[in-house]
Design a protein around this ligand. Sequence first.
Ligand SMILES: Cc1ncc(COP(=O)(O)O)c(C=O)c1O
Length: 460
Amino acid sequence: MTSSSDAISNEQDAAKRNLWLHFTRMSAYEDSDVPVIVRGSGAYVFDQHGKRYLDGLSGLFVSQVGHGRAEIAEAGARQATELAYFPLWSYATPPAIELAERVAGYAPGDLNRVFFTTGGGEAVESAWKLAKNFFKLTGKPGKHKVISRAIAYHGTPQGALAITGLPAFKEQFEPLVPGGFRVPNTNFYRAPAPYDTDIKAWGRYCADRIAEAIEFEGPDTVCAVFLEPVQNAGGCFPPPPGYFERVREICDEYDVLLVSDEVICAYGRIGSMFACDDFGYVPDIITCAKGLTSGYSPIGAMIASDRLFEPFNDGKTTFGHGYTFGGHPVSSAVALANLDIFEREGLNDHVKENAPAFRATLEKLYDLPIVGDVRGDGFFYGIELVKDKATKETFNDEESERLLRGFLTPAIFEAGLYCRADDRGDPVVQLAPPLISGQKEFDAIYEILHGVLSEAGRLL
Ligand SMILES: Cc1ncc(COP(=O)(O)O)c(C=O)c1O
């Protein structure tokens, strides 16, 4: 008979021998266990030893309605029993139709055409291909380049990676798809003088860099600008007031498509179904994934405006693009059940009502010398750590390695909180709890972070 400790040890051996974890230095687990998460309930997950963790990142900005919702699982099981699979290649399925109608209903303006994918990177990839194809069909075939922001993450397929603004993530795979160009992000904490005291002027400055990049590259060669409503990588940069208004003007002036990459920000993360509504702009395309099913099954979507669909509706033109599992019937049924919960429980209103308390709770961490900036919106926050609060001096590579990977990540997890200590830009701790969270969870996050960050400060 195998004891439970033998089973855990066998599982560890297999995990180390056969499983290749994503974005993970596998050798880090040579002398320690791979954390194995076996169960979830509400805002919490449990590991193989039964230890409970607050899911402070909703998995990966995914688990909006929380874990363990049997009604979503049952909706998926019902659909799998009825029809597990059929492609959207010239055929449709009832859940995909219903989901397209529902998502189009939530989307702003005339964004009525929903092209399903299996995840966010594919949605980004699809949006770039649509932008190029649209301009080829409408007499501007040279428009193919894209503009995005420094440090922004837009996914890992080679096209999406060319849009991603993280040189270290791209280096291993270069040369990538040509045509990706970068402009500054909206990190106000690091804004240079004279913009450091005037957030509106900073927003205007950052937006105008997009116009400048279009001019530099040639307006006839640029097809799209990809922006997240709140930029994730780098640590939750909200748009300064007026930023998106100016970006929209620029895109209209140069006939460049505005793609709102809402893979993280859609489905309640900021407090609305689509975060462009939170910031008052209407994009030409929205890309989304993650929270659409709260992770109970994978799906993504590119939502395009009627104008972009029009040239494909002439009786002879096809958008020659698709994915076997795009709009999978089980995932579509799961998404519908997930959205039912959003409606029934008023999750978007819950986020709007509780976001100020979340911010206020995290801002109490400012009493620690290591906490330089607390920024974000909705249930989506980054805490930037600094070596010297007065000068905003950040950590060097060695300190960052020792502090983030060596100490913070394991210490926070050990203390019962799953979140992310990230150094893709300056070092930040990122938080995005399930949207069902309230003051109890905010307080638990604060208590754990206060303890661990105090200790980190002493170790410097
Ligand atoms: C803004 C943004 N775009 C695209 C992606 C890629 O999504 P996926 O990992 O589902 O391919 C992500 C993933 O985190 C993201 O945050």
